[in-house]
Design a protein around this ligand. Structure first.
Ligand SMILES: [Zn+2]
Length: 107
């Protein structure tokens, strides 16, 4: 920690300058980098909900979701070398995805 606080250009939070890259804090960099995988996760999740309602088999979609979560973890580990911090970012990403599922795509 360098102790110098700078504002993140994306979310405006004051963060330690050592974690800022291209003006963005770590949380924002992870959000931007994972945006497409989160969208894919939401799409698959809704598809699985539709299948479940119809009584169709969902095992294949569940496997796809599990693989997608592994890809999320891999991508985060590329961005966040510290394993513990990376795991926190993964939990955060999955939590955001859960929240988005209920906010977006409601009929
Ligand atoms: Zn930020």
């Amino acid at each position: 920690m360098s102790g110098i606080l700078v504002p993140c250009h994306r979310c405006g939070r004051q963060v330690d300058s050592s974690v800022v890259r291209e003006g963005r804090c770590l949380d924002c960099r992870v959000e931007v980098a994972l945006a497409d995988l989160r969208a894919e996760h939401r799409r698959l999740w809704r598809k699985r909900d539709r299948y479940r309602v119809r009584g169709a088999p969902i095992e294949a979609i569940s496997r796809q979701l599990a693989r997608l979560e592994e890809r999320m973890a891999t991508r985060i580990l590329d961005l966040v070398p510290d394993r513990e911090a990376a795991m926190r970012q993964l939990e955060r990403t999955l939590e955001q995805t859960r929240i988005e599922r209920y906010e977006i795509g409601r009929p």
